[in-house]
Each structure stands twice: as C-alpha cells, then as structure tokens.
Ligand binder design. Structure first.
Ligand SMILES: NC(=O)c1ccc[n+]([C@@H]2O[C@H](COP(=O)([O-])OP(=O)(O)OC[C@H]3O[C@@H](n4cnc5c(N)ncnc54)[C@H](O)[C@@H]3O)[C@@H](O)[C@H]2O)c1
Length: 317
C-alpha cells in the first residue's frame, strides 16, 4: 500500500490533499501543530489516516515518524508559517519553520526509500515580476522573507535531489481558494473574504465589500481540488522528478470581476468601497503553465466551477 506523510495536513490545502490521497488508496500520516489548522478539517474515524500533533521543527518527532514508518513513499510538505505580514514581522521565526523545518524534513528522509518529496512552494518566489504570465524560468526576486524562504528551500531540494538522490517536485501555488479557507484573517484569500462579506450583506449587515486599489489588479485563482489532484498526480508520475511547476489555471481575473462573480452567486449587490492599495501588493499575477502541460495532468475544475462548489458548501453551513 502507498504510504504518504502530509505535513500541514490539518490546514486548508493540506486537508483537501489528505482526502485526495485517501481516495487514491494511500495510507496517510498527518503531521500538524494545529497553529492555523484544525483537527475538524480532517475526515473523522477514517481508516488509513493517522494524525500526529507536532512541529516540523521538532527533530525527535520527525525521527519517530520516519522510524515507525520506514515505508513512507511520499512526503507532501505543506506545513508553513503562511502569513506574509507575519513572516515580515518575525523573519527569524518564519525562517525557522519555512526553511529550517523544510531542511530538517529533507534531512530526515535523506538515504531513505522515499519515492518523492513534494513541496508546497509559492508564486511569492517571483516577487513583483513584470513578466505575466510568468514561467518557472523567470528571474526569482522575492520581496518577502516568506518568498525568500520558499525559494531557498527549492534550491536545497534541487541539491538533495542531485547530490543525495532525494527525488523532489516543487509546486509554486498561485492564489488557491476553496472550502475550509479561513476568512477570519485579514490576509486570508480574497475569495473567502468576499464570500464572507457578501453573506453578511445578504443577512442585512451594511458593511461594504472592500477592494484595495482600483480593483483592476489581477490574480490567477485556482480551486483547491485541482491543487490536491495535481500534487498527487505529480507524486505518482514516475517520470516527473527534480522539477518545479507553476500551479494556477494560467488565467488572470481582476479583483473587481471576482467581486462581481461572488455577489452574483450570492444574489446580492453590496456597496463596494475602494480603499488605498495595500503596501507591497503586486499589480498583475498569472502563471505560465506550459511546464504543467508537458505532463498528462488535466484540471477537473475551473474558476467558476470552484466558486460554485464553494458557494454550495457555504450555503449548506
Ligand atoms: N493558500 C494559498 O493560496 C497558498 C499560496 C502559495 C503557497 N501556499 C502554501 O501552501 C501550504 C498550505 O497553505 P494553506 O493555505 O493550506 O495554509 P494553512 O495555514 O491552512 O495550512 C498550514 C498548515 O500547516 C500547519 N503548520 C504551521 N506551522 C507548522 C509547524 N511548524 N509544524 C507543523 N505544522 C505546522 C498549520 O497548523 C496548518 O494546518 C503552505 O506551505 C503555503 O505556504 C498556499
């Protein structure tokens, strides 16, 4: 039986990935310190799923897991301090998790029979690039400590791949959205925040939906189900190794258009307030996904389908 370790598996993307791994017949071990993740995100009472509460920076826990499970096939590494503002406010703390934690994990599986180490990287490695859509070969100039740590981890993965035979794949996620994304943080995905506002508006609250800037900034939004599918596909593809992939739909949507789509789905016409652009926000962002197209991977959803699935879930709550 295929065995997978998912770090950050109790988080937003990680919990979807766990479901996809289980659906592919994997036995799954989740390692999560529940700092932003929740145990309730994981399917309850599921056979083949083991939850370990612990920190990726804890060498002892990593060795315990690797020792108890010498037959782990895939490590999906998603645990991270994900807030960019927090990573800027506390760079050393963020580095200890996002880089040192990743390195410890690589080191734990060096020399093991691991088939692949799959790393959740980020479009933040590009910084404020003027190349849109941006290919993986574009210059990487992260403007945040978060992006710099993701990039440094990619470099180490390549070295471990070439020098120590630890096969890896890194996926640079663009703007991921879907069920279980937490709207309560001001830095959470704009889609969950817009749905939150639109729902409040439907319930009679008069708070406006806030757009920072003129709303013409673009993002490449990708539904979480496709991210989870891609990660498992790239893990299981024997031919794919030592490669970095952009993971988005390769399409740009303006934030204003997104707000309109969400208000239409919810059936409201809220007041929209345009505020000063947020410091450090980039203007245009989209992935060039030619590299992903060289594989046989096919998306199962689209932005509109993902929005509908999310809306269906929020309506049922
Ligand atoms: N959401 C996005 O649009 C996006 C974009 C680019 C990259 N990513 C990357 O995808 C991954 C998952 O992000 P997410 O959006 O699901 O965020 P999330 O906060 O929901 O998930 C992160 C998970 O990691 C856990 N965690 C954090 N620090 C840990 C530690 N030291 N030890 C063990 N567990 C720890 C948290 O409890 C949480 O369950 C992250 O690596 C993030 O950098 C996400």
């Amino acid at each position: 039986m295929t065995k997978s370790l998912v770090t950050g598996g109790a988080g937003f993307i990680g919990s979807h990935l766990v479901e996809t791994c289980l659906a592919h017949g994997h036995e799954v071990i989740v390692l999560d310190n529940l700092s932003t993740g929740k145990k309730e995100n994981l399917p309850a009472g599921q056979t083949g799923l083991q939850f370990v509460e612990g920190d990726i920076t804890d060498r002892q826990i990593l060795h315990q897991i690797a020792g108890a499970h010498p037959d782990i096939d895939y490590v999906f590494h998603l645990a991270a301090l994900v807030s960019v503002p927090q990573a800027m406010a506390e760079p050393a703390r963020a580095h200890a998790v996002n880089f040192d934690g990743t390195l410890l994990l690589m080191e734990t599986f060096r020399g093991s029979a691991l088939k692949k180490f799959i790393f959740a990287s980020s479009s933040a490695v590009y910084g404020d690039t003027k190349t849109v859509p941006v290919p993986e070969t574009a210059a990487t100039q992260p403007v945040s400590t978060y992006g710099a740590d993701k990039l440094m981890a990619e470099h180490y993965l390549r070295i471990y791949n070439d020098a120590f035979n630890l096969p890896f794949v890194a996926c640079r996620f663009f703007n991921v959205f879907g069920e279980r994304q937490d709207p309560s943080s001001p830095y959470s995905g704009v889609i969950s925040i817009f749905f939150d506002r639109a729902l409040a508006c439907r319930n009679g609250e008069r708070e406006p939906l806030v757009i920072y800037g003129d709303g013409q900034q673009t993002r490449d939004f990708i539904y979480v189900g496709d991210v989870a599918n891609a990660l498992v596909f790239l893990a299981e593809s024997g031919a794919v190794r030592g490669t970095v992939f952009n993971l988005g739909y390769g399409k740009q949507t303006t934030v204003a258009e997104l707000a309109r789509k969400i208000m239409k789905l919810v059936g409201v016409d809220c007041d929209v307030e345009f505020q000063e652009p947020r410091a450090g926000d980039i203007r245009y962002s989209a992935a060039d996904i030619s590299q992903l197209h060289t594989t046989q991977f096919a998306f199962a959803y689209s932005l509109d389908q993902g929005l509908q699935l999310l809306w269906r879930c929020l309506k049922g709550m």
